[in-house]
Write a protein of this length. Structure first.
Length: 197
């Protein structure tokens, strides 16, 4: 008899945790609506990630990304990691593939063989993609180049940062990428869903 009670208790805790997360997401949306381009200088501590809203397929918001060429995008990878690329036009994303080949692919192909079903865009608090034309040009220039891919030392995050900054700097994680992006554009990053329809 104690086993069914344990299941009921676990289910109740799960529902409560989901409600709390959804409430926090709604609070984020309210803060976002009331913010004026939150500056990171002085507002975000050096140990903060710079991310105001993580990419999430579970707890989505009503804000959809306004995309433009040069936008930094991501999708889920194996339910644990993120895969990043650069949007160069409405139908083309440039990515560093695990084979080391830099490819121009469609949004559908970007999601293929990955766990995510949505593409998220790095945005400011108004939902505008944080991007510039130079980023898109740098990405396009590298199509069909080959890099010695390494999951730690030379991955998709390092590639997109190189397209954004023009620098070949060591970078390993999505967290590090967001800190650099937040610092470069002096604002917190909101990962909003790209409505491709």
């Amino acid at each position: 008899m104690p086993l069914p009670l344990l299941w009921i208790g676990a289910a109740t805790l799960g529902v409560a945790a989901a409600k709390e997360l959804e409430q926090k997401r709604k609070q984020q949306d309210i803060l976002r609506e009331n913010s004026d381009q939150i500056s990171t200088r002085g507002g975000v501590h050096k140990h903060d990630s710079g991310i105001a809203k993580y990419p999430s397929e579970v707890f989505s918001t009503e804000t959809l990304a306004i995309v433009r060429p040069g936008a930094l995008i991501c999708c889920g990878l194996s339910g644990v990691l993120e895969h990043t690329g650069i949007l160069v036009d409405e139908d083309t994303i440039v990515e560093l593939h695990g084979s080391g080949l830099i490819k121009a692919i469609s949004p559908s192909r970007f999601l293929a063989e990955r766990s995510g079903k949505d593409i998220f865009v790095a945005c400011d608090s108004t939902g505008e993609a944080i991007c510039d034309d130079l980023t898109a040009q740098r990405a396009i220039k590298q199509i069909y180049d080959y890099q010695d891919y390494d999951l730690i030392k030379n991955n998709c995050h390092r590639f997109v940062w190189q397209c954004i900054s023009g620098l070949k700097e060591p970078l390993t994680t999505f967290h590090q990428l967001n800190k650099l992006l937040s610092k470069r554009y002096d604002r917190q990053i909101y990962w909003d869903k790209w409505d491709r329809e």
